[in-house]
Design a protein around this ligand. Structure first.
Ligand SMILES: NC(=O)c1ccc[n+]([C@@H]2O[C@H](COP(=O)([O-])OP(=O)(O)OC[C@H]3O[C@@H](n4cnc5c(N)ncnc54)[C@H](OP(=O)(O)O)[C@@H]3O)[C@@H](O)[C@H]2O)c1
Length: 288
């Protein structure tokens, strides 16, 4: 991490955060406010968000935004610009986990997972990017997961959605660099929020023969972790404020020692496999 080296005062920023009603999104909003910034706090229930930040409504604009609605995204961005004039930092945080075995998930459940975690973020980026291009600057945090770079059994569809978000983000970054718009993909491990709570997480509803106890055992692991995760959402929020003020924020940033360990393992395995099969890999080139 490269915190800002400059001692000159950094002007207050305007943050636009999706899924700010609770969990990581709410903590990012609190951290930005504690830093003296302004926050457009969006969510599916704007009134609930207004109640959450009722003592700071001079610097908080609570807005209705279900990320699966492109119309909501466009209206929210217009309202944000009308109130604060600009958007410096976009946090695509809204999302949930569809967990369980791949074969347990129905096509509709998978479509809804992608509509939120992937196309939801796309909707918001399409609405915000013209604003950032016009102002020639900004930064996007796309909330992926350790499951956006490492695949996990019993989380295949969720991981697929986060891998998709990472693919878009990594490819979009060079398209935006010329406009002074930065991109950071955030990869948290287990963070203590409602993520694994029945108010948020969903499990595939099809019963599939043949996996034996696997499905139930994996679900028990997640249920035991509910509200017992090691990661601290408030510390994650504060870290994002530091990253937003860094001279050169990274393209990828892992949050939590579990995320660092899993990603380190993945990189080692991927490098090892590449080396092991290098000769066969390069043998597919056409010979001159
Ligand atoms: N906690 C973790 O261990 C962890 C790890 C890696 C990545 N993440 C990612 O971090 C992000 C935030 O999760 P969290 O841990 O803070 O979970 P959370 O406490 O369950 O919060 C999820 C947030 O997303 C919002 N949301 C869900 N669907 C939405 C939609 N269609 N439109 C707008 N908002 C929507 C929820 O709004 P409502 O209040 O209206 O439901 C809520 O504000 C997610 O993208 C998640 O995948 C979490």
């Amino acid at each position: 991490m490269t915190p800002t080296k400059s001692t000159t005062k950094i002007p207050a920023k305007t943050w636009f955060i999706t899924g700010a009603s609770r969990g990581i999104g709410a903590e990012i909003a609190r951290a930005a406010l504690a830093n003296g910034d302004r926050v457009v706090a969006t969510g599916r229930d704007a009134r609930a968000i207004a109640r959450l930040f009722e003592s700071e409504l001079d610097r908080v604009l609570p807005l209705q935004l279900d990320v699966t609605s492109e119309a909501d995204a466009i209206m929210a961005v217009e309202a944000a610009v009308a109130r604060f004039g600009r958007i410096d930092v976009l946090v695509n945080n809204a999302g949930y986990g569809l967990l369980g075995l791949f074969e347990e998930a129905t096509p509709d459940e998978i479509t809804t997972q992608f509509a939120t975690n992937v196309f939801g973020a796309f909707n918001v980026m399409r609405a915000v990017l013209p604003v950032m291009r016009r102002q020639h600057g900004g930064h996007i945090f796309n909330m992926s997961s350790v499951g956006g770079i490492v695949g996990f059994a019993a989380a295949s569809v969720y991981c697929a959605s986060k891998f998709a978000l990472e693919g878009l983000s990594e490819s979009l970054a060079p398209e935006l660099a010329g406009f002074g718009i930065g991109m950071t993909i955030v990869e948290p491990g287990f963070i203590r929020t409602d993520f694994l709570d029945s108010s948020s997480v969903r499990y595939g509803t099809r019963t599939v023969e043949g996996y034996g106890e696997t499905a139930a055992a994996m679900r028990r692991v997640y249920e035991e972790k509910n509200h017992a995760q090691q990661g601290d959402a408030a510390k994650l929020g504060a870290a994002l404020v530091m990253l937003a003020n860094a001279e050169q924020p990274p393209l990828r940033w892992a949050a939590g020692s579990d995320a660092v360990a899993a990603i380190t393992g993945k990189l080692g395995t991927a490098r090892g496999e590449l080396e092991q099969w290098r000769t066969l890999s390069v043998s597919t080139d056409r010979t001159a």
